[in-house]
Design a protein around this ligand. Structure first.
Ligand code: GLY
Ligand code: MN
Ligand code: MN
Length: 439
């Protein structure tokens, strides 16, 4: 692990040398971020660090007001804010292996430290905040540099891959628990609490709020509640929940169901389709094409299940109107420090953007896949009353077997989401490997 991290830092340094030359920069100053109290309160939400800071310093992710100073060819300087504070635990001089890879400075007075910073030449300040650094020649989040950094971040170093692989291993402990808990009849709240225990995560450490939906709640894409009382029936459980390792995250969804043969068959067909899509991935594949392929697969699944009437003769656009009713979101996204890692629409390091096609507005990834990208593959099939009602009011309504749709609606929906890393010839499936005990 230590060697991987050293190589990771070396790669970031190398990328910087080329970028600084291109952008006529001499240094980069990265702020870890700030906390901000709630309105009229003296408490703040959980701290979320600047992802640029995390990429260079993944071991201090709960530390506001720290800085990294990056100069090509030099060890990064790490300025750790450690105020005189008897309310909180303060940070002490690090002794871990990584401390020797940085020039570490602890400071107590923020204003004084900022005034002390001295760097010659042009400095890119990467920070959410505008920070007054009058003695420096600062460019705040220079656009061209940001585009390049975001573009490059899609391809993960071996260290980053290791962290996401490990986050998957942690997350599947939680998914194993929720699967068992479904058959034991637990409530959404109990399933969620059990997930936290199984992954030894605090709520605030989760990469996103766990989605734990029983029955119809499985059809709410970002279902945000956790019912304390278990429902009378456990038809379906959809859990979309991740984990984190050194700032890098997993984003995994599993669906289990019981009690309806037709829904069970849909679940099996979706699992098969998800695996087939993963199987298609290799460098050079357009993610838009993969997403479109999912819609074709879904049309077949819905037809075979009898939800779309077999005699239906439909144009490609009509087919899409139907499949989008059952599957309104995108097939996946880049994954890394952020759950929806930045740069999914970016086509080059200069900032060329390709928005998703008009008919797929929620697709977060329009890039052609390249080696070392880590992405999610998350097909779904949902019975969403709002969208079904819309379809019912169109001329396509006659092609749908509404009796079957009504029968299956209490089962909510299906999503199966794996995290995969693109290899020279295919993928490493972190999620399935973790479930199968292979990594
Ligand atoms: N958990 C959010 C997503 O799958 O994109
Ligand atoms: Mn996802
Ligand atoms: Mn997810």
């Amino acid at each position: 692990m230590e060697a991987l991290f050293r190589d990771h830092l070396a790669t970031l340094q190398q990328r910087c040398i080329a970028l600084f030359e291109r952008e006529q920069l001499d240094a980069m100053l990265i702020h870890s971020g700030s906390t901000k109290n709630y309105f009229l309160d003296d408490y703040a939400p959980a701290f979320k660090p600047n992802p640029h800071f995390v990429q260079w310093m993944p071991f201090l992710t709960e530390h506001p007001e720290c800085f990294l100073l990056i100069k090509p060819g030099d060890k990064p300087s790490l300025y750790i804010y450690s105020p005189d504070d008897f309310w909180h635990m303060t940070t002490t001089e690090p002794a871990e292996f990584w401390s020797e890879l940085y020039d570490v400075h602890l400071f107590t007075d923020k204003e004084a430290q900022l005034k002390r910073l001295s760097v010659s030449g042009d400095v890119a300040l990467i920070s959410e905040n505008i920070i007054e650094l009058l003695q420096l020649k600062v460019k705040h989040n220079p656009e061209a540099l940001m585009h390049a950094l975001h573009y490059q971040r899609a391809e993960k170093t071996a260290w980053e891959q290791r962290c996401i692989r490990e986050a998957n291993r942690i997350a599947i402990k939680g998914h194993r628990f929720t699967r068992r808990g479904f058959y034991e009849g637990l409530s959404e709240y109990e399933l969620h609490q059990g997930y936290l225990s199984a992954t030894t995560h605090l709520e605030r450490e989760l990469p996103y709020s766990n989605i734990v939906g029983l029955n119809e709640h499985a059809a709410v894409l970002h279902y945000q509640h956790k019912d304390r009382i278990a429902p009378q029936y456990h038809h379906t459980l959809l859990v979309d929940a991740g984990a984190v390792c050194h700032g890098y995250v997993a984003d995994i969804t599993r669906t289990v169901s019981q009690g309806n043969q037709d829904f069970q068959a849909l679940l099996a067909a979706m699992d098969e389709a998800q695996l087939a899509l993963v199987e298609m991935i290799k460098p050079g594949l357009s993610f838009i094409a993969l997403h479109e392929n999912m819609h074709q697969k879904l049309f077949s699944i819905l037809s075979n299940a009898g939800i779309i009437k077999r005699e239906a003769v439909l144009s490609p656009l009509e087919r899409l109107s139907i499949t989008r009713t059952f599957y309104p979101h995108g097939l996946g996204h880049l994954l890394g420090i952020q759950v929806h890692d930045i740069g999914g629409w970016q086509q080059d390091s200069k900032g060329l953007v390709e928005a998703p096609p008009e008919q797929h507005p929620f697709l977060r990834l329009t890039r052609t896949l390249t080696e070392n990208m880590v992405v999610t593959v998350e097909p779904g099939l949902y019975f969403i009353p709002l969208l079904l009602d819309r379809l019912k009011s169109t001329s396509l309504a006659s092609h749908i077997n509404w009796a079957l749709v009504n029968e299956l609606t209490p089962w909510g929906g299906i999503r199966i989401e794996d995290n995969v890393c693109v290899t020279p010839t295919g993928v490493e499936n972190y999620t399935r490997d973790a479930f199968n005990g292979l990594n």
